[in-house]
Ligand binder design. Structure first.
Ligand code: GLY
Length: 600
């Protein structure tokens, strides 16, 4: 059966030496470039030590609490709250408010998020859905031209048309009301100080602004902020954002109501509706009607663990769960990380899961979704039988999960590009949260209002409402509906207690990043830093993506020989993870981005 198994490959997962090599190869943005060293010069001792640990490929350790996120200034803000006895939710509010300033391209007040919460006192777990919603005036053909043809993706993204009602401010308030301990207003202090005094522009932000071209300069308020004096902000420039500070002061005083009604809401609506060339239809009534929705997590058993994630409207929890559920019957630990056979199984399990995802997954409040059937043990075991051969599956199509609804959806064509950011936190009481937060595309709709960018989340809907066979698409837009997501904030339990808190940005590749990191940690025994740093190999139905410039390149030939189409490419994940071990907490931060973990 394992005729390819003799090809043992050094891809950086086998042990400390090779994992270190992997961390080195995979760290184009690690804290080694002079500009970066300068930018982070003002950081405190813990953050400086965390950058060093990440560069050395080592996890950060903590006894009581840990926070891992995509920017050191944001992580420092969260760590301050946790050090003072705040809850994981308190720290999240501080982290998110700083991320919205220093990493504005990825997430912020103008976007949405999914949060999964483990409550140490009750042992219970729940999720909060703060996904953006389609305005009530939006119609399924929003992203089609007059002839009914789908718009070009960026023509749809830039402007007001793609903007959904933001969910993040409502999430901050709802989560804090439920599980916060610290004074609400105090949680914005770091972000306000940095916005008023200015913060050092990070190399990643500068690089992304410079790479943007015309779209980020189309609207004057956006251009004035990111291109002061007509030039793109450079790494190390001090950038102040007094408008953002003022918006945060409104949130301090009035809570989320100060965002969803009154002058801030009026400015958002006016910006969307007046966006030159591509206006949208967001209304004050859409903002006033916005609600965070509590939903049960989606959990799948994997070996001795329960992998718990976000259900619809995200496809993250179901698709990660399907991949792992299908792999349950294969001994990946025995096969090993260097064996092409392991990657054949992972790649084809992913293709099968993505076939179901395209067909069945969407906002379950609007269309029936076979949530239970898709992760049913017997169904996944049946699908896993397809993996029994030696070579890649010649054809992959959606299965027939158990379903009370007699529906047949068409295949979806929504395009999901890399974007987004992730926050993982464990507090001193043992509460854990995993939150993936986004404005969708890098810089969202490119509309800047009151110091933050607006999302383009509506382009996560399928542009076509029917597939080529004429079948209706589950993820088609409808008024008030939430677009399907790939975000996969995940908490892994063992005996009912968290052992791994993890998630990543990356569009629809998020699913492969998270599944791969979980396998690396649970099956191959990599510590959390090595698990996030290890090279990526994944599939989203089409070719197998292999991370370029890493040891994983050695897998290209054997996987091609098995029949896979190979795509060697940059895979810019941003995994932020915390392992809860018998020796304490270990934090990991993806070396492909600027994040760190701090523990105490
Ligand atoms: N817009 C990224 C996602 O929701 O998957």
């Amino acid at each position: 059966m394992f005729r390819h198994a003799f090809m043992l490959l050094a891809i950086g997962m086998a042990g400390p030496a090779t994992a270190q090599q992997a961390a080195d190869v995979l760290a184009p943005e690690a804290a080694t470039a002079p500009a970066e060293a300068e930018v982070w010069a003002g950081l405190g001792v813990q953050a400086t030590e965390a950058l060093r640990a990440k560069g050395a490929g080592q996890p950060v350790r903590g006894k009581d609490w840990m926070v891992s996120a995509a920017n050191p200034l944001a992580v420092e803000a969260g760590a301050r709250i946790l050090e003072q006895g705040g809850s994981a939710i308190d720290a999240m509010v501080a982290v998110q408010s700083v991320l919205g300033l220093v990493e504005p391209q990825s997430s912020g007040l103008g976007g949405g998020a999914f949060l999964i919460w483990f409550d140490a006192a009750t042992g219970g777990m729940t999720t909060l859905d703060a996904r953006e919603t389609a305005p009530m005036a939006a119609r399924p053909v929003l992203f089609q031209d007059e002839a009914g043809k789908p718009l070009k993706f960026m023509d749809a993204v830039v402007g007001g048309r793609s903007v959904g009602t933001p969910g993040t401010p409502a999430l901050l308030e709802a989560a804090h009301r439920r599980w916060g301990k610290a004074n609400w207003a105090s949680l914005f202090e770091d972000a306000i100080r940095l916005a008023e005094d200015g913060f050092a522009v990070s190399p990643r932000l500068a690089e992304l602004v410079a790479a943007e071209g015309e779209a980020l300069q189309r609207y004057p308020d956006t251009a004035n902020y990111f291109f002061p004096d007509g030039k793109p902000v450079a790494a190390g420039n001090r950038l102040a954002n007094p408008a953002y500070a003022e918006t945060l002061r409104i949130l301090q005083r009035e809570g989320a109501a100060g965002f969803y009604s009154g002058p801030v809401a009026q400015d958002i609506v006016a910006t969307v509706r007046k966006a030159t060339g591509n206006p949208g239809m967001l209304a004050m009534s859409d903002l006033a009607a916005y609600r965070v929705i509590e939903r049960p997590p989606v959990c799948v058993a994997y070996r001795a663990h329960d992998i718990c994630g976000m259900g619809p409207p995200s496809s993250g929890g179901l698709t990660v769960g399907q991949i792992l559920g299908m792999l349950e019957g294969f001994d990946l630990a025995q096969l090993g990380a260097e064996n092409p056979e392991s990657w054949r199984l992972i790649a084809d399990a992913s293709r099968l899961a993505f076939a179901d995802r395209e067909r069945f997954m969407a906002d379950a409040d609007f269309v029936p979704v076979p949530v239970k059937g898709l992760i049913d043990k017997a169904y996944l075991a049946e699908r896993a039988k397809l993996l029994a051969g030696d070579d890649s599956l010649p054809e992959v199509s959606a299965g027939s999960p158990g379903w009370t609804h007699a529906g047949l959806w068409g295949r979806d064509n929504s395009l999901e590009l890399p974007s987004t950011t992730h926050i993982s936190i464990v507090d001193a009481e043992g509460n854990a949260l995993s939150m993936t937060t986004t404005i969708e595309n890098g810089f969202g709709a490119r509309l800047f209002v009151r110091g933050f960018l607006l999302n383009n989340e509506l382009t996560d809907f399928s542009f076509a409402t029917r597939d080529e066979s004429g079948a209706a698409v589950a993820n088609a837009l409808a008024p008030g509906k939430r677009p399907r997501s790939s975000m996969a904030p995940t908490i892994v339990l063992r005996d009912g207690k968290p052992v791994l808190v993890i998630g990543s940005p990356g569009g629809s590749r998020i699913i492969g990043y998270v599944a791969r990191a979980i396998i690396a940690h649970l099956d191959w025994g990599l510590d959390v830093q090595r698990a996030v740093a290890a090279p990526h190999v994944l599939s989203r139905f089409g070719p197998v993506d292999i991370e370029t410039g890493t040891g994983a390149g050695a897998l290209a030939a054997p996987l091609a020989e098995m029949g896979f189409e190979i795509n060697e490419t940059e895979l810019n994940s941003g995994l932020q993870a915390i392992a809860v071990t018998p020796q304490g907490l270990e934090g990991g931060a993806d070396p492909r981005r600027e994040g760190i973990a701090i523990g105490g």
